[in-house]
Design a protein around this ligand. Structure first.
Ligand SMILES: C[S@@+](CC[C@H](N)C(=O)[O-])C[C@H]1O[C@@H](n2cnc3c(N)ncnc32)[C@H](O)[C@@H]1O
Length: 271
């Protein structure tokens, strides 16, 4: 088989993979919303016309998400992670009155809050993604651009629930503590926050055990790699470092592992 044929067969296989993933997770989400909350899904949760083009996707995340099947499949299953975590910690999403996604990107996740009654907010530092997000979600959610450094343009204690998916994995170490205290400012006391972090078993498999241990020891528990862009800057921290940084303002309820995916810190704002 010629190289070009091998490549094209691999691409067909990849497309088929995402088609099947999307169909599977769509069914799971539809059933979940119906059975648990009595809700039907909205158009923006399934309409290919509301997905971003390749250049826009590539500016902030994996280029594969420019494929609408991958965009929706990963959005469905990640949203289900957050709903499951809220459920397991006794929070009914139907009872939330205000939800913020920090680093909302292209609205891949926030759109799946559309059927719920909560007031929805999303913020991001990257102008073109904010513009895109406004264009597809502006009728349902308040989308704003925030600055590179805190504060966020919100009131103290404004939100019942805040989440940040694949955002603290890209913030530079020297800014992490300021952003943690800013999230704490906008979540009400007793409210939940969930942020995703890298799983070293998935995301650092390019390092040897010795290299990771040496890097974490040398830096007080964090390891940063890549260049300085949103898309290519990556930060991993040890559990001990996460614990000490977040516990200033939150109870760290759980660090949950997700198969072949990022882990989640599940946090409750100190009362
Ligand atoms: C990998 S993307 C994830 C987007 C979205 N959360 C998702 O899961 O599809 C990271 C996003 O975080 C945004 N971001 C990075 N640092 C930020 C900060 N300090 N405040 C707000 N957004 C930030 C980037 O502009 C980018 O859109």
């Amino acid at each position: 088989m010629r190289d070009v044929e091998v490549k094209s067969a691999a691409m067909d296989q990849e497309r088929e993979h995402w088609r099947a993933e999307r169909a599977y997770w769509f069914e799971r989400m539809q059933e979940w919303y119906r059975a648990r909350y009595g809700l039907a899904l909205c158009d923006v949760q399934m309409d290919d016309a509301t997905t971003p083009d390749g250049a826009l996707v590539n500016s902030i995340q994996d280029a594969q998400k420019a494929n609408p099947d991958a965009f929706f499949a990963t959005g469905y299953r990640t949203m289900l992670f957050y709903l499951e975590e809220l459920h397991d910690w006794g929070v009914d999403p139907m009872s939330l009155s205000s939800v913020l996604e920090m680093g909302v990107g292209l609205g891949r996740l926030l759109r799946h809050w559309s059927p719920f009654p909560a007031e929805l907010h999303g913020c991001d530092i990257t102008p073109p993604v904010v513009e895109f997000c406004m264009s597809v979600l502006g009728d349902r959610a308040e989308i704003v651009r925030n600055t590179e450094n805190p504060p966020l343009p919100y009131e103290k204690d404004q939100f019942d629930f805040v989440y940040a998916n694949s955002v603290f994995t890209h913030i530079r170490e020297e800014k992490i503590e300021a952003w943690i205290s800013e999230l704490a400012r906008v979540v009400r006391p007793g409210g939940l926050a969930i942020v995703s972090i890298f799983d070293p078993n998935v995301h650092l498999s390019h390092l040897s055990k010795r290299e990771l241990d040496r890097a974490l020891n040398a830096s007080g528990g964090s390891y940063t790699w890549g260049n300085d862009t949103v898309r290519e800057s990556f930060r991993h921290a040890s559990d001990a470092l996460h614990r000490s940084q977040w516990s200033v303002s939150f109870d760290l309820l759980e660090i949950r592992t997700h198969f072949k995916d990022q882990r989640h810190l599940i946090l409750r704002r100190h009362r």
